[in-house]
Ligand binder design. Structure first.
Ligand code: PMT
Length: 223
C-alpha cells in the first residue's frame, strides 16, 4: 500500500451531531446525519490511513477498519478528540457540534408547569476544532463551515479565528445539500485561495476531498 495517498497517516474525523441533555429524556441537537463524516472516514481508509471516527449518535454503519468512538455531548467529543492526538496527522471536523448546552441537567424529567413561556439557560460548549488547532504539536486541521449566508466571508473568518489550516465551506440553506442530504457542494477555503467543487454525492465528494487533503499534507511536510 506504499503508493496510497494517506498510507502511514493517522486521521481523526468527527461526525454527526452532538446531544446536549436537558433532563433524562430530552436533549438539544441538530439535523446532522453523519453522512459527510462517515464518507470521509471511508475515503480516508481507502487512501490507506488509520482512521479514528469520533461520532455523535447517528443511524449509519461505520466503515470497516475504522476505530469508532461513540460520543453524545460536545465535552465527550472533545475528550475523544484530544485522546491520542499526538499521533494524529490530519484532523477533520465534520461534526455539527452544539455551540451551547444547558447550564444544568435536571435529575428528573422536567414537569410541565402553568407558565406559557419557559426559559432555558445555556452555557457555551468548548470549541473542539479550535482546541485541537491550538495544541503545540497540532495535526493539519480542517474544519467545515456550515453557513446560510456570506459563505466565503464567514468561512474565512472561521479559518482565522480557529487557526485552522483549511475550511470546507457548505451552504446549508441550499436545497439538496448540507445537513442530512446525500449530496453536498463545498468550497475549499484557505487563507489566500478558494476552490469550489461541483455538487455530487457525499461519497464521491469525500474521495475528492481526501485527495486534496493528502496533497496539502504531503506538500506541507516531507514524508
Ligand atoms: O452530517 P450530515 O447530515 O452529512 O451533514 C454534513 C454537515 C452539513 C453537518 C457538514 O458538512 C458540516 O458542515 N459540518 C460542520 C457543521 C457545523 O457545526 O459547522 P459550524 O460552522 O458551526 O462549525 C465550524 C467548525 O467548527 C466545524 O468543523 C465544527 O465541527 C467545529 N466546531 C464547532 C463548534 C464547536 N463547539 N466545536 C467544533 O469543533
Amino acid at each position: 500500500f506504499e503508493h496510497l495517498a494517506l498510507s502511514g497517516r493517522s486521521v481523526f474525523i468527527t461526525a454527526g451531531p452532538t446531544r446536549e441533555p436537558l433532563d433524562p429524556v430530552r436533549f438539544i441537537s441538530n439535523h446532522s446525519s453523519g453522512k459527510m463524516g462517515y464518507a470521509l472516514a471511508q475515503a480516508a481508509v481507502d487512501a490507506g490511513a488509520r482512521v479514528k471516527l469520533i461520532s455523535g449518535p447517528v443511524n449509519l454503519e461505520p466503515p470497516e477498519r475504522v476505530e469508532l468512538v461513540q460520543v453524545e455531548t460536545a465535552e465527550q467529543m472533545l475528550a475523544a478528540s484530544l485522546d491520542g492526538l499526538a499521533e494524529c496527522d490530519l484532523f477533520i471536523g465534520a461534526a455539527a457540534v452544539a455551540d451551547y448546552r444547558p447550564v444544568a441537567i435536571a435529575e428528573h424529567k422536567i414537569k410541565k408547569g402553568h407558565e406559557e413561556i419557559m426559559e432555558l439557560r445555556l452555557v457555551k460548549n468548548p470549541d473542539i476544532i479550535a482546541t485541537v488547532a491550538a495544541q503545540p504539536q497540532h495535526p493539519f486541521t480542517v474544519g467545515f463551515a456550515a453557513e446560510t449566508r456570506d459563505l466565503l466571508h464567514y468561512a474565512r473568518d472561521k479559518l482565522l479565528r480557529k487557526q485552522l489550516d483549511l475550511v470546507i465551506a457548505n451552504d446549508v440553506s441550499a436545497p439538496g445539500i448540507g445537513f442530512n442530504s446525500n449530496d453536498n457542494q463545498v468550497t475549499l477555503v484557505s487563507a489566500t485561495t478558494d476552490q469550489t467543487l461541483p455538487q455530487t454525492s457525499k461519497r464521491l465528494l469525500a474521495r475528492q476531498l481526501i485527495e486534496h487533503l493528502a496533497d496539502y499534507l504531503n506538500h506541507a511536510e516531507p514524508t
